[in-house]
Design a protein around this ligand. Structure first.
Ligand code: 13P
Length: 249
């Protein structure tokens, strides 16, 4: 039997403030989220404040290095030491703006797990790739970079977020059917290697999720929650999204 607990995670990207941490913490305290895990990925300087405020918080990225002369980078060990349990790896903005390759992302994934952080591996195709019918091969290559380096067992303590690049920040959400189709593809690919791992891994959808479309997305069989950008900056909308995951849990 599968034992997947839904996750709703807010990725604040380079947004947010001390004040937003406080209002998010207050709003989340009054919400009942006992059947799901709720996480926030704020900018690094807000991590301690978020954790102290009772928010389950994680890093938006970590370095693939342990320590040293890497100005501006943050290492996984320090993130774990603060009390974080999760980090995103391979978000599409890290891939496209900062040039992270599939190999870099796999190295970050490994480093996160070495320091007991659960990596949320972000994958997804561009609009052009979708139009060319490359969605499955792109997603599969992004996931296989991790499996080839670390083995399918490495997916046990991880989460995968499918975020089609064309749906991120555009207001163009994948339809529940489109999203489910890719999620099922991902689960089937993993099942071909290990059925138990495939049944237990949480697969999140991300890309213009809001409190109007979350209910139908989370009702899909292989969608185990969401990775939310813009709507996670509005505490009430974010709690509404959490509530739809809670109803579908
Ligand atoms: P939006 O929800 O703003 O489209 O962002 C999605 C995302 O990139 C979350 O990581």
């Amino acid at each position: 039997m599968a034992s997947r607990k839904p996750i709703v995670a807010g990725n604040w990207k380079m947004n947010g403030s001390v004040e937003l941490v406080t209002s998010m913490a207050d709003t989340l305290k009054n919400a009942s989220n006992n059947k799901i895990d709720v996480l926030i990925f704020p900018p690094f300087p807000l991590l301690s404040k978020a954790l102290e405020s009772g928010i389950v918080a994680g890093a938006q990225t970590v370095s693939q290095e342990d320590a040293g002369a890497f100005t501006g980078e943050v290492d996984a060990k320090l993130v774990a030491e603060l009390g974080c349990k999760y980090t995103l790896v391979g978000h599409s903005e890290r891939r496209s703006i900062y040039g992270e390759s599939n190999d870099d992302v796999a190295a970050k994934f490994e480093k996160a797990q070495q320091h007991n952080l659960t990596p949320i591996l972000c994958v997804g195709e561009s609009e052009e790739q979708r139009e060319q019918g490359l969605t499955e091969s792109v997603v599969s290559e992004q996931i296989n970079a991790v499996i080839n380096k670390l083995g399918v067992a490495a997916l046990v303590n991880s989460v995968i977020a499918y975020e089609p690049v064309w749906a991120i920040g555009t207001g163009k959400t994948a339809s529940p059917e489109q999203a489910q189709q890719v999620h099922k593809f991902i689960r089937d690919e993993i099942a071909a290697l290990d059925v138990v791992v495939s049944q237990n891994i949480a697969l999140l959808y991300g890309g213009s999720v809001n409190d109007q479309n979350s209910e139908l997305l989370f009702a899909q069989a292989d969608i185990d929650g969401g990775l939310i950008g813009g709507a996670s900056l509005k505490p009430n909308a974010f709690v509404n999204i959490c509530n739809s995951a809670q109803r579908n849990a």
